[in-house]
Design a protein around this ligand. Structure first.
Ligand code: GUN
Length: 292
């Protein structure tokens, strides 16, 4: 069994980006700059955004974290996004999701300039992805593709089963895996909460991507021997024995599935780190495409 180690694969991606950035600076160019907007104090979002900012620093990017309280008016948030859209020195903009209920997520996403939409959530980027045109790919599916590439996981003609149909992970993942790409050339089945016979479909998979947010959902009896298993789950589960009072659990029952899979991602230390790698690559791409 191969452990698909996000620390190793993301370090390789980050090293390349760091070298590219160092070369830019050496040639007198400015550094790529990511602006991250965080609304409220959701613990998981705080952790993710802090990690994104820290990783920007590690590769030599500039980053700006903009914080708003939970009760911010939607209009104020949209005005801030417009300001960043018009700031020539900002390459990438991300608004951490989820947002408070009174703010329309779709409106926020549509307000981000497609050219700075390093999350790849804007309908223009989502549409380009569907048509196989160059676009920003949502960071988690992008990171998974980078992981498959790093470990040279052969996908041509394989059957991939994606569990979860979110715009952030499942749906773009299903599109990437069903494309004609070196590491995405599968027959894809997209399953979700209303899929009958889910276990039976999973047992037919050569590659499983579990992105439904239910800790330990994928059990060994749902996995074909020698399958490749990608775990996107990152649920906080209460654990009084843990230092922080919780543990991060994936969607896959790791120990039992690891004993039959040919390759598997751990949680933590798997896909989460690749998401950051995908975001950094998108930010570098936005910088390269910008006129400034
Ligand atoms: N919330 C969960 N995943 C993501 C992500 O990839 N980007 C943003 N902006 N918010 C998220």
């Amino acid at each position: 069994m191969i452990l698909l180690d996000g620390r190793i694969a993301s370090a390789a991606v980050k090293a390349t980006i760091q070298e590219q950035t160092a070369l830019l600076v050496k040639n007198g160019k400015r550094r790529p700059h990511l602006a991250a907007i965080l609304v409220g104090h959701n613990g998981a979002s705080e952790t993710y955004v802090a990690s994104k900012v820290k990783n920007c620093e590690e590769v030599g990017f500039l980053s700006t974290l903009i914080r708003f309280e939970n009760d911010i008016a939607e209009k104020t948030l949209l005005e801030k996004i417009e300001e960043l859209n018009n700031d020539a020195l900002i390459d990438g903009i991300l608004v951490q999701l989820p947002l408070p209920k009174h703010i329309r997520e779709a409106k926020v996403i549509e307000t981000i300039s497609p050219a700075k939409d390093v999350d790849g959530f804007h309908p223009i980027n989502a549409g380009k992805l569907v048509q196989g045109l160059p676009s920003f790919i949502p960071a988690t599916p992008y990171g998974i593709m980078l992981m498959l590439e790093h470990y040279n996981i052969y996908t041509k003609g394989k059957h991939a089963v994606v569990i979860g149909r979110s715009n952030i992970v499942g749906r773009p993942m299903s599109i990437l895996l069903s494309s004609n790409l070196p590491y995405g050339n599968c027959t894809v089945t997209l399953c979700h909460s209303h899929t009958p016979n889910l276990a039976e479909i999973c047992r037919q998979a050569d590659i499983i991507v579990a992105a439904l947010g239910r800790p330990g959902f994928v059990k060994a009896d749902m996995v074909k021997p020698e399958a490749v298993v990608i775990d996107v789950g990152i649920t906080r589960v209460d654990d009084p024995t843990a230092k922080k009072g919780f543990r991060i659990k994936g969607d896959v029952a790791f120990d039992e599935v690891a004993s039959i899979a040919s390759a598997i991602t751990p949680v933590p230390g798997g896909v989460g780190l690749m998401t950051i790698a995908g975001l950094l690559k998108n930010t570098m791409q936005a910088y390269i495409s910008s006129k400034w």
